[in-house]
Each structure stands twice: as C-alpha cells, then as structure tokens.
Write a protein that binds this ligand. Structure first.
Ligand code: SF4
Ligand code: SF4
Length: 171
C-alpha cells in the first residue's frame, strides 16, 4: 500500500471511529476540538505577529520538508468533524505532501500540531518573554485537550495518521 492509499484508509477509519461514538461522546469530542482549533489559531497568531510570513517566505519553508508523518489521527478527526477536504501530493517528496507553491494547504487551525508548535531559531529570536510564556501556556492546553480527546476516542490521537492507518483495533 502506498502513502496515498494509507492516507485514504486512515481518513476513512477516522470517519468510522467518529461515527461509532455515541451522540454524547461526539458532542464532547466536537466541543474539545473547537477548543483545540482555537488554541492553534492563537498560537499561530503569536508567531504571525513577529512577521513570520516574511521570514518564512525568504526561508522557502525549510521546516516543511519530510512532513508526511506530522498529520496525526487528531488532525484527521478535526478535519473530518468540520467536513474539510485534505489535498495531498506524495510525489513532491521531500516537500511535505500537504505543501503547495503558496505554502501549507491547511489553515493554522487545521495544521498538524507539530507544525504549529515548531519554532525555528529565526522565529525564536524575535519572540518576547511574554510571547514565550503565552506559547508555553497554550501548548500545555493543546496537549491537555489532546489527552482528553484520546481518552474519549479510545485511541492515542497523537499517532501519525499514516502509521495508525491499517491498525486493527481503535477502541
Ligand atoms: S518556521 Fe522557520 S524554518 Fe520554517 S519556514 Fe519559517 S523561517 Fe523557515
Ligand atoms: S502540514 Fe503544512 S505546515 Fe506542516 S509540514 Fe506540511 S506543509 Fe508544512
């Protein structure tokens, strides 16, 4: 099975996982995913405020090389619940399959957690103490939501989707 097939299988398994949850569990998962997405938006805003777009344009997205394992089961679940489509191109290796000429195909709220949490040296040098404090507080909240979501879903949602895809038991 190639990576594209593994991705499609994983997305389909995520849809089944959500469909087999009770309505109450689905509501709890959706509510937590709202918080998870909001934290990612807020984290991205802190980075954006130090003119990251300009720095990243000059760097040409070095941190987006070899990113195929960054999309987790949780990220796939967040996309599924909002019925977001994911475009991918595994032939553009070593560029991440979710990268495009205009940057990532995913908005920050749907971007993999590792991509949102990653701060390279260039960006780090521009952060204030207060930025760093805010980033660490938000990261802690994101990890807490992820842990609770995993408990609800009955599977470790931080697992890369391509590695989780095809595994036998989900709950
Ligand atoms: S976050 Fe850093 S490594 Fe990634 S594209 Fe921007 S400047 Fe480059
Ligand atoms: S998912 Fe987006 S931000 Fe993350 S490595 Fe791939 S292209 Fe870059």
């Amino acid at each position: 099975m190639n990576d594209q097939q593994k991705l499609e299988q994983g997305l389909s398994q995520v849809a089944s996982l959500f469909a087999t949850c009770t309505p109450d569990k689905q509501r709890q998962i959706s509510d937590l995913l709202d918080l998870y997405r909001a934290e990612k938006d807020a984290l991205a805003a802190v980075i954006q405020a130090v003119d990251a777009a300009d720095i990243c344009r000059k760097c040409a997205g070095q941190c987006c090389q070899n990113g195929k394992f960054r999309l987790t089961v949780c990220d796939a679940l967040a996309l599924h619940v909002k019925q977001m489509l994911l475009s991918s191109d595994f032939n553009q290796k070593p560029l991440c399959p979710y990268g495009t000429e205009r940057g990532c195909c995913l908005s920050p709220r749907f971007r993999p957690m590792d991509c949102i949490l990653f701060v390279c040296d260039e960006i780090e040098a521009r952060l204030t103490e207060s930025d760093r404090f805010e980033l660490s507080e938000r990261e802690a909240r994101i990890r807490k939501y992820l842990q609770r979501l995993s408990q609800l879903a009955g599977t470790p949602l931080s697992t890369p989707l391509l590695l989780w895809s095809g595994s036998k038991r989900r709950s």
